[in-house]
Design a protein. Structure first.
Ligand code: PMP
Length: 395
């Protein structure tokens, strides 16, 4: 054992929860993924997936990804910059740019590395970054990698945002960065008001549409489209790991900005490009989302049904307006216990504790897919009500 091992030997938080039998992480799925999965050998209802469109096991997407593997191989063995650009990457970029209403787009191997690579590439010394304090970890990391002055405002508090904007040099670049849909709380960024402030203070806006794509706006074009503010948003980021049933991400914006990013974003230049299978899967999913509006309608029908059911049952669900339903617990240990009790009842949900939320805001996160049925939601509400009552979290 050396100093390095000594440094971590005292870290026993996982073991503490394992000893109590409520450790909730790294459960293993060994079946196909839809609203029901086999997990740790047990059949459970999946209420913890981000595959909002329910497309992860769609035959057409599977076929597209197999065909791409057969045509191009299993990997690209290089970055987009050099040997790693396939025609399907370029096609997908064109389709995504058109979909979100921007000039051009760039595809990355993960959504995380979009935020991590783009933010320090667009704002540097002398510029400002202004973030909502609930922005996703990948935005936080991108912000930390930038030499820009870093400012933060209270979650969705527009007065606080304005105060931060007033601190900035009027002639400096000021980039406001927000999740369009906040990933744990399910509420939306107040984009109309952020756009008004952008105009007042000559700022720019970057919106992370990870949880908005496929869900909000015409044909699932996202939260910017939903609010009708696409023209006023400078950069739109999205991921393929949620509604698009794959893995990867993209950034879209004006062609001058994208031209700079194509040659300067480090996670674009120095990271191997996404696999043919992942690229073709995302592309096929995009085609399906555009051509099957009934899927979005189904997602909203089941979302509205679940929102009402959880509210009526007495759960505290905050300000959510999306298929992400936070059930507040407000106690870390109880959050793990209730997650385990739900699992024993055949329901998989995600516990959310710091740093994914503030310490007083721990919750379990329920997420809906277009393929969930009302019977499945009824079952979840009934069993979760029982578990939450037993622990005294709700009356
Ligand atoms: N942004 C947000 C808001 C997210 O929730 C996530 C992932 N959960 C990411 C970015 C990163 O995307 P990915 O997991 O697809 O790399």
């Amino acid at each position: 054992m050396g100093l390095l091992q000594d440094k971590f030997a005292k870290y026993d938080l996982p073991q503490q929860f394992m000893a109590k039998g409520v450790y909730p992480y790294f459960r293993t799925i060994n079946s196909h993924q839809d609203t029901e999965v086999m997990m740790d050998g047990k059949k459970v209802l999946m209420f913890g997936s981000n595959a909002y469109m329910g497309l992860t096991y769609d035959k057409r997407i599977i076929d597209a990804s197999i065909a791409a593997t057969e045509k191009y191989g299993t990997g690209c063995a290089g970055s987009r910059f050099l040997n790693g650009t396939l025609d399907i990457h370029v096609e997908l970029e064109k389709e995504l740019a058109e979909f979100v209403g921007k000039d051009e787009a760039l595809c990355f191997s993960t959504g995380f590395t979009v935020n991590e690579g783009i933010i320090p590439a667009v704002v540097g010394r002398g510029d400002y970054i202004i973030c909502d304090d609930r922005d996703h970890a990948s935005i936080v990391d991108g912000r930390r990698l930038s030499f820009a002055t870093q400012l933060k405002y209270k979650h969705n508090d527009m007065e606080d945002l304005e105060k931060e904007l007033q601190k900035c040099e009027p002639d400096a670049v000021k980039l406001i960065i927000v999740d369009g849909v906040f990933s744990m709380e399910g509420d939306l960024a107040n984009l109309p008001e952020i756009v008004r402030l952008k105009k007042k203070y000559n700022a720019s806006i970057y919106v992370d549409e990870a949880h908005g794509l496929g869900v909000f706006g015409k044909q699932g074009r996202g939260v910017c489209d939903h609010f009708g503010v696409t023209e006023d948003i400078d950069l739109i980021m999205g991921t393929f790991s949620k509604s698009l049933a794959s893995i990867g991400g993209f950034i879209a914006g004006d062609k001058e900005v994208i031209n700079w990013l194509r040659h300067n974003a480090r996670s674009y230049i120095f990271q191997a490009s996404s696999t043919p299978a992942a690229t073709a899967a995302a592309r096929e999913a995009l085609h399906i989302i555009k051509s099957e509006p009934e899927r979005i309608q189904r997602l909203w029908d089941i979302t509205n049904y679940a929102l009402k059911s959880f509210r009526d049952a007495g759960f505290e669900i905050g300000e959510t307006e999306s298929p992400i339903i936070p059930l507040y617990v407000r106690d870390t240990e109880k959050t793990f216990v209730v997650t385990k009790m739900a699992f024993d009842e055949g329901i998989f949900i995600n516990p959310v504790i710091p740093p994914a939320c503030a310490p007083q805001d721990t919750l379990v996160r329920v997420a809906l897919m277009a393929t969930h049925t009302k019977e499945q939601v009824d079952y979840a509400v009934e069993k979760l009500t029982k578990c939450f009552r037993e622990l005294g979290i709700i009356k």
